[in-house]
Design a protein around this ligand. Structure first.
Ligand code: PBG
Length: 326
C-alpha cells in the first residue's frame, strides 16, 4: 500500500526500466515480406507503401545479402507474374516467378535464410480472387488441388515453409498430404489460420496487384466481429497439420492473438499488415509521431499479446535499430 509501495520506483531510470521489462523484440522474431515481380529489370517503389519495393530476382538477392548480414532470419515471398488467367496457371508453373526466386535464394543463402512462400491464387488469377471462380462463387474444393500443386512446386524449388493465405476450408490438410506424398515431409506449413476480411490490406493489394475485380473476400476471410470462430479455425488447421499458426492482421486482433497463444500454445505468428505499416509511415511523414517509438510500441504490443514471430515491413529498420546503427 502507498506510501510503502511506490510503482514509480521501477520507472526511475532507463536501466531500471530495462531491468524490469516484460517484453523484448529480438531480430530472430522477425519475418520480412517481399514482392518479386516477373520481368522487372530493377526494384520499383510501391507508392502505397513508402520505402517498400517490388523486386526483380537479382535486386532481391542483392538486398537479401545485406539483410542476412544484419541478422534477418526469415522472409516471406509474394509473386507478381507476367501472365494471369482464370486458373492461376503461373502460381504452380515450375518456372514461375516464385519458383525461380526460391531456387536462386536457396542457392545463394542456403541455411542462412528461412524462405517462406505465401500460397494463394489471388496474385495469379485474372479476377483477383483467392480461388477458382464460377459465376459469382469462389469454389472451395476445386481450389484445393491448385493450392496443393502450388505448395508442392514451391517445396520442390526449396522453400523451407509454405504459408497458405487463401482461407479455403481444408487447404492445410490438402497441402500436407501433397507434400508428404512427394517426399517433402520436412517442409513446414505456417497457416494463416485466423485471417480476417480486413480493410487494412488496402496498400498490399496495390503492391501485389491482387485486388478482386468483383465483390470482396468476405465469403472466405473471417468476419472481424468474431473470436470464437478464430479458435475453431486454428483448431482445424492444427488438426490438419499446421506447424505454425498465424493471426492476421495484428493490431485490431490482439485479443485473438492472446487467446490463440493461450489456448493452443502453438508457435504463433502475427502479421503486422500493409495498412498498419502505411498508417505509421504517413503519420511520421506528417511529423505527428516518431517512427522508432511507434514501431517498437506496436511490435511490443504484438509480442506481449502472444506472438512468437512477427511479419512486418519494418523488419530492416528494427534490425538496424536493435544493432544501434541508427
Ligand atoms: C493474399 C494475401 C493478402 C495479404 C497477404 N496475403 C491480401 C488479401 O488477402 O487480400 C495481405 C498482407 C498485407 O496487407 O500486408 N491473399
Amino acid at each position: 500500500m502507498f506510501p510503502r509501495t511506490r510503482m514509480r520506483r521501477l520507472r526511475r531510470s532507463q536501466l531500471i526500466r530495462d531491468f524490469v521489462r516484460e517484453t523484448q523484440i529480438d531480430i530472430k522474431d522477425l519475418i520480412y515480406p517481399f514482392f518479386v515481380e516477373e520481368g522487372l529489370s530493377d526494384k520499383k517503389p510501391i507508392s502505397a507503401m513508402p520505402n517498400q519495393f517490388r523486386y526483380s530476382i537479382d535486386s532481391l538477392v542483392k538486398k537479401l545479402g545485406d539483410l542476412v548480414e544484419i541478422g534477418i532470419p526469415a522472409i516471406i515471398l509474394f509473386g507478381i507474374p507476367a501472365e494471369k488467367d482464370s486458373l492461376a496457371s503461373s502460381a504452380y508453373d515450375k518456372n514461375g516467378i516464385i519458383q525461380q526466386a526460391v531456387r536462386k535464394l536457396k542457392e545463394e543463402f542456403g541455411e542462412d535464410l528461412i524462405v517462406i512462400t505465401d500460397i494463394c491464387l489471388c496474385e495469379y488469377t485474372d479476377h483477383g480472387h483467392c480461388g477458382i471462380v464460377r459465376g459469382n462463387e469462389i469454389l472451395n474444393d476445386e481450389t484445393l488441388e491448385l493450392l496443393a500443386k502450388t505448395a508442392l512446386s514451391h517445396a520442390e524449388a526449396g522453400a523451407d515453409i509454405v504459408a497458405p493465405s487463401d482461407m479455403m476450408d481444408g487447404r492445410v490438410g490438402a497441402i500436407r498430404a501433397a507434400l508428404d506424398k512427394e517426399g517433402f515431409s520436412d517442409t513446414l506449413i505456417m497457416s494463416y489460420a485466423a485471417k480476417y476480411a480486413s480493410t487494412f490490406y488496402g496498400p498490399f493489394r496495390e503492391a501485389a496487384e491482387s485486388a478482386p475485380s468483383f465483390g470482396d473476400r468476405r465469403s472466405y476471410q473471417m468476419d472481424p466481429r468474431n473470436v470464437n470462430e478464430a479458435l475453431r479455425e486454428v483448431y482445424l488447421d492444427i488438426q490438419e497439420g499446421a506447424d505454425i499458426i498465424m493471426v492476421k492482421p495484428a493490431l485490431s486482433y490482439l485479443d485473438v492473438l492472446y487467446r490463440v497463444k493461450k489456448d493452443f500454445g502453438y508457435p504463433t505468428a502475427a502479421y503486422n499488415v500493409s495498412g498498419e505499416y502505411t498508417m505509421i509511415k504517413l503519420m511520421v511523414e506528417k511529423g505527428y509521431i516518431k517512427e522508432k517509438d511507434a514501431v517498437f510500441e506496436v511490435l511490443n504490443s504484438i509480442k506481449r499479446a502472444g506472438a512468437d514471430m512477427i511479419l512486418t515491413y519494418f523488419a530492416e529498420d528494427v534490425a538496424r535499430w536493435l544493432r544501434g546503427e541508427v
